[in-house]
Ligand binder design. Structure first.
Ligand code: HEM
Length: 373
């Protein structure tokens, strides 16, 4: 279109006397002015030195070579796994256009993970707040009674809380790194935000390995009671009885907790932890190239956002959402009434003696032991 308009304007100028280009008016109308020598077309395979002679000032071979360092390894005296590669080759990461890898990674982060991940977290937070507003804390319908059952041993609680505290530090620092420039930077300004992010980034790097170790201990500690059992499907299909008068009976952990365990703790937890260790450069035998780091970063941030979304639900149920749940993980003990209301089959097994009511060596001081009746 532009070309057509340009041609039409040129034709009009040539037809109107006095508007023809000066060169045309000065010459004989058949070619360039006398004495003009057009430079030779540059040859395709020229080196930069050759091009400097054939077309002084044209550095295209140099920049072409820089551009191709992702495909043709250059020559450099610098050490490193990617020496000689200034610009990575072209790739298309899921969700990006075909672009040089750095740009493709940038597109995935800025066009997918940040906007959709941030929206997901806000939506889950809002839905949880709405649920609390409409339903309040669940439970509290059974009288406690005088009997106490040890739900979590000191070891289980130590593993859980180490992991939970590490998770909270990582979640907080990760959120500031990913979304802080939108909600914190405008409030606290560049200088403070810079220092804060720098401090949190270092906290993230050092707390990461603590999370990984405690995550493995948590998985090992709770895996047995999270194995699927008959009745789990019924629990899921009836949403645990959330919309009826009574909870669907479950064993020590209900099917909802099992979903959080397998999808959140096991799958997303290990995915986030493994990719985090790669980003920390702690996994031996990996080539720490930009490409591998980009892939590790995309897995890490996507799985961390999904994990946080799941754990908003877990943390809600473990604090505000269910009466007595937080006390169970803090003290280790629940009342028999709580066990009967929320984990009826587990309570039955404890009452029949199939599962010990006191699993750790000594009851906590001041705690009433189970009275078998
Ligand atoms: C950060 C705040 C957290 C709070 C307030 C919290 C709270 C709780 C509470 C109260 C329970 C007991 C539930 C019951 O009695 O059935 C529990 C269980 C559990 N929590 Fe957490 N938790 C947190 C974070 C985490 C994290 C980060 C993980 C792992 C990545 C985790 C993994 C577990 C596991 C495996 C259980 C046993 C029940 C199951 O397997 O689902 N928690 N939590």
């Amino acid at each position: 279109m532009h070309r057509l308009i340009h041609t039409l304007l040129l034709a009009a100028a040539l037809l109107v006397p006095g508007l023809a280009p000066a060169q045309q008016a000065a010459g004989d109308g058949k070619g360039p002015p006398a004495g003009f020598v057009a430079p030779a077309e540059p040859k395709a395979g020229e080196t930069n030195a050759e091009r400097a002679k054939s077309q002084p000032g044209n550095n295209a071979p140099l920049w072409g070579a820089v551009r191709r360092t992702g495909q043709d390894a250059g020559v450099t005296t610098l050490p490193g796994v990617e020496s000689g590669v200034l610009i990575q080759g072209f790739v298309q990461y899921p969700g990006s256009r075909l672009a040089s890898a750095g740009e493709a990674w940038r597109q995935v982060r800025n066009q997918w993970i940040v906007p959709y991940g941030g929206s997901l977290l806000l939506i889950v937070l809002l839905a949880t707040a709405l649920f609390y507003w409409r339903r309040g804390a669940l439970g509290g319908h059974e009288p406690d009674g005088t009997v106490r059952i040890e739900r979590f041993t000191p070891f289980e609680r130590a593993a859980h809380w180490t992991n939970a505290i590490a998770f909270s530090v990582l979640a907080l620092s990760g959120l500031v790194m990913a979304f802080g420039k939108y909600f914190l930077l405008p409030v606290i300004g560049g200088a403070l935000f810079g220092w804060l992010t720098f401090a949190l980034k270092n906290a993230h790097n050092f707390v990461g390995p603590l999370f990984v170790v405690s995550l493995l201990i948590v998985i090992g500690t709770f895996v047995r009671d999270n194995l699927p059992r008959a009745g789990d499907l019924t629990w899921l299909l009836r949403f645990g009885g959330l919309f009826s008068a009574h909870e669907v009976p479950s064993h020590r952990f209900n099917a909802g907790e099992k979903v959080v365990f397998w999808a959140g703790v096991f799958l997303l937890g290990l995915g986030t932890a493994g990719s985090g260790l790669v980003l920390d450069m702690l996994v031996p035998g990996i080539a720490y190239t930009r490409g591998n780091m980009q892939v590790a970063h995309m897995i890490h941030s996507a799985s961390a956002v999904l994990m946080m979304a799941m754990f908003i639900g877990h943390i809600y149920m473990g604090t505000l959402g269910m009466k007595g749940a937080y006390a169970a993980m803090r003290t280790g003990y629940v009342s028999e009434g709580w066990a009967r209301e929320h984990h009826a089959q587990w309570a039955d097994d404890v009452r029949s003696g199939k599962i010990a009511a006191q699993r750790s060596a000594a009851p906590e001081p001041g705690v009433l032991p189970l009275v078998q009746s």
